[in-house]
Design a protein around this ligand. Structure first.
Ligand SMILES: Cc1cc2nc3c(=O)[nH]c(=O)nc-3n(C[C@H](O)[C@H](O)[C@H](O)COP(=O)(O)OP(=O)(O)OC[C@H]3O[C@@H](n4cnc5c(N)ncnc54)[C@H](O)[C@@H]3O)c2cc1C
Length: 447
């Protein structure tokens, strides 16, 4: 095996694998180091987006009654998810090998700005490269709850998707987006779900009307939401917490900790290469994703900013351009930021909501409509939710909040319009196919 490469990717994440394949095809000698062969292809395809969305989709079609039937259906769904991730893992690996990338199993750490040590099953390798890209992702934050580390009933998002037995009562700690996706999914599979969060306000960053609509849909599925709870302990599947007025116990058989993710920089020895970290432990970069060490870039979750696969993919574009001396593309010109929460129905947002517009002193007016008014929503039998957009006085689109079937697809249309300066009238008068959820933009933007 070579010990000298033009470029080494540390981590088989979205940016790392995309860059590795593209650079190898230009004739560069490229190696990619991955510490866990079960993670070939990264978080997204193994323990993140793809398996969770497959399970969300399966859960929406689960039997509605009879726990035994639901448990059997769930077991099949988990087995199907495992087949899917295994196939994707292999496809991701084969693609890089075909492109001429050397994939090395091992844990990488810097020894200086041009060398890494890779701890492999056969011993430690020393590798040298002109350039490196750090793409080591993030890892769940484990809150310091007494007893949590001793309970075999405690899971994180990555591990619960391998739990073959459907929980009867699932407690989710954390009311963030991953917590909501799992709450909606497990409630659809047939579990009794409770969300417990320490903050007093449910979805504090969303507009109150949207947060209330989301809460109602979850509660209609039987999900209980407890806010302002200080968790005091975990014993097996049982959790104790205190609110202003009382100390309570939530008895259950499974607990999911969904309390955020932190950048994976432990063990990388960034300091040996002169790479600065942020106060929260992410790799510090400039807008071109250059680290403080020349010839070393960082991409994706490890930077400690937005944690999404499409951001990691866009990071790979920025780095590829920067390596080629084209530096126009940066993290500051990605256009309006959009995201989707894959509940049932999904919630998707782009640009500003009312809270943000008010805080920024931006003049706006609101257009909105209930999902119930959309013919395709009736066809799909998913009529819950509402759609809302913010317009500037000249009908520039400032943002949209869509809570309805297919919201995760529709939001991309609105982002396209925003990024290319198309005003609300364009979406209002556009000819959409019928019957579709996107044709509702004709009505939403009817000024
Ligand atoms: C349950 C869940 C659902 C999600 N759903 C979505 C979604 O619907 N849409 C979306 O856009 N995002 C979603 N995300 C977020 C998304 O998965 C991540 O933002 C994305 O996968 C991060 O990719 P990355 O390129 O930063 O690195 P990753 O894909 O995390 O890859 C990093 C790799 O580096 C390896 N590694 C770490 N340290 C070392 C080392 N020292 N040496 C060698 N290898 C190392 C790791 O094993 C890992 O394989 C979800 C995340 C979770 C957990």
């Amino acid at each position: 095996m070579n010990t000298r490469y033009d470029v080494i990717m540390i981590g088989f994440g979205k940016a790392g694998k995309t860059l590795a394949g593209k650079l190898a095809k230009t004739g560069k000698a490229v190696a990619l180091i991955e510490k866990d062969a079960k993670m070939y292809g990264g978080t997204c395809i193994n323990v993140g987006c793809i398996p969770s969305k497959r399970l969300v989709t399966d859960a929406a079609n689960a039997p509605k009654e009879d726990f035994e039937a639901q448990a059997a259906y769930y077991q099949n769904a988990i087995a199907g998810k495992q087949q899917l991730t295994a196939a994707l893992r292999k496809a991701n690996y084969d693609k890089l090998i075909r492109a001429g990338v050397t994939v090395i199993d091992g844990m990488a750490s810097f020894t200086d700005a041009h060398h890494i040590a890779v701890a492999t099953a056969e011993g430690t390798l020393t590798l040298e490269a002109e350039q490196f890209v750090i793409n080591t992702g993030s890892t769940p934050v484990l809150p310091d709850i007494p007893g949590a580390d001793k309970s075999s009933k405690v899971y994180v998002s990555e591990t619960i998707m391998d739990l073959a037995e459907l929980p009867k009562r699932l407690t989710i700690v954390g009311g963030g987006y991953i917590g909501l996706e799992f709450a909606s999914m497990y409630a659809n599979f047939g579990s009794r779900v409770t969300i417990v969060q320490d903050g007093p306000v449910f979805l504090p960053r969303e507009d109150e009307d949207m947060a209330a609509a989301i809460r109602k849909v979850l509660e209609d599925k039987g999900v209980e939401i407890i806010t302002g709870a200080a968790i005091t302990g975990i014993q097996d599947g049982t959790l104790t917490y205190e609110t202003d007025d009382a100390s309570r116990t939530l008895t259950g058989d499974t607990i999911l900790l969904a309390t955020g993710r932190r950048p994976n920089t432990d063990g990388l020895a960034c300091e040996k290469a002169g790479i600065s970290l942020t106060a929260r432990g992410g790799v510090e970069t400039d807008e071109h994703l250059r680290t403080s060490a020349e010839g070393i870039w960082a991409a994706g979750d490890v930077c400690g900013r937005l944690q999404f696969t499409y951001i990691s993919l866009d990071d790979s574009r920025i780095i590829l351009d920067d390596m080629a001396g084209r530096s126009a593309r940066t993290i500051n010109n990605r256009g309006a930021f959009s995201y989707s929460v894959f509940m049932d129905p999904p919630f998707a947002r782009v640009g500003m909501n009312e809270k943000e517009a008010k805080a920024a002193g931006v003049e706006y007016r609101v257009v909105s409509m209930p999902a119930m008014a959309i013919p395709k929503a009736k066809v799909l039998r998913v009529t819950e939710g509402q759609l809302k957009a913010l317009l500037a006085p000249d009908s520039t689109i400032l943002g949209a909040e869509l809570f309805c079937a297919e919201a995760h697809e529709m939001i991309n249309l609105v982002k396209l319009a925003m990024d290319y300066g198309l005003k609300a009238e364009v979406l209002r008068d556009f000819i959409y196919t019928h019957p579709t959820m996107s044709e509702s933009l004709n009505d939403l933007f009817a000024l």
